[in-house]
Design a binder for this molecule. Sequence first.
Ligand code: SAM
Length: 236
Amino acid sequence: MAFGPARCLGCSARFPVHDGLIDFVGDRAKLKPLQQAMELPWVARSWERYVRPAVDTVLTRGRLDHESEYTVLRNLIGKPPGPVVDLGCGAGLVLRKLSRDFTKVPVIGVDMSRPMLEEAMAQVRENAEAADFVRAQVPPMPFNDASLGAVVAVGFIHFVDELDTLLHEVARTLKPGGRFVATTYEAGKMLEPVHRGAGLFPRSEEALRNAAVRAGLVHFERVKVSPFLLWKVERP
Ligand SMILES: C[S@@+](CC[C@H](N)C(=O)[O-])C[C@H]1O[C@@H](n2cnc3c(N)ncnc32)[C@H](O)[C@@H]1O
């Protein structure tokens, strides 16, 4: 069911709201090659069962299963002092676990792929869980300053070219003490152009640490199952 549109109080721009999903993207997004795949309904429908496990196996070479990955993520998030946002939530695998674990704060999934969001919303409804959804191309992040308790980004930041802009947005939107927990992967310098050609931006641990410092984020911690990296920083 369509209703709205929602209107920005700052600039008066209007955004459609459809089936409980606020849409900041519309049809304007220019898509990089791999993102085009994320927009295919069959990829969204088979993401959790087939595509994601295959990607996980390649990245961790079978040394980290999803349950262990989530346990580490969960511990790194700690006790969020406000809403939890899952950036690039995809079909909602991590989001649904977050909504089960953090029942006292809102849990919000953000993605730019409509088919991924539709799949995530259907799964949440089917499991009678609670989560809100926003369609946005990040950065920027469509949230107020110091409004979030945690930002989670699983398999997301390597889709974003502008890492500094993203981390400044994370720092802007987190409350003091709020944490950013993300997974990504490294690639050798030689292979970077190949990844970039597909629209992926793998980064070394050093590049992540330096970008976090530039954004004013502190307390970098990481778990490395090379080339897979699971890391956390927080807003002081
Ligand atoms: C590899 S999938 C990970 C999905 C999910 N986090 C998981 O762990 O299964 C990356 C997701 O990020 C989304 N995405 C990529 N670039 C984005 C951007 N700039 N803004 C919002 N979402 C984006 C894609 O649509 C896709 O759903």
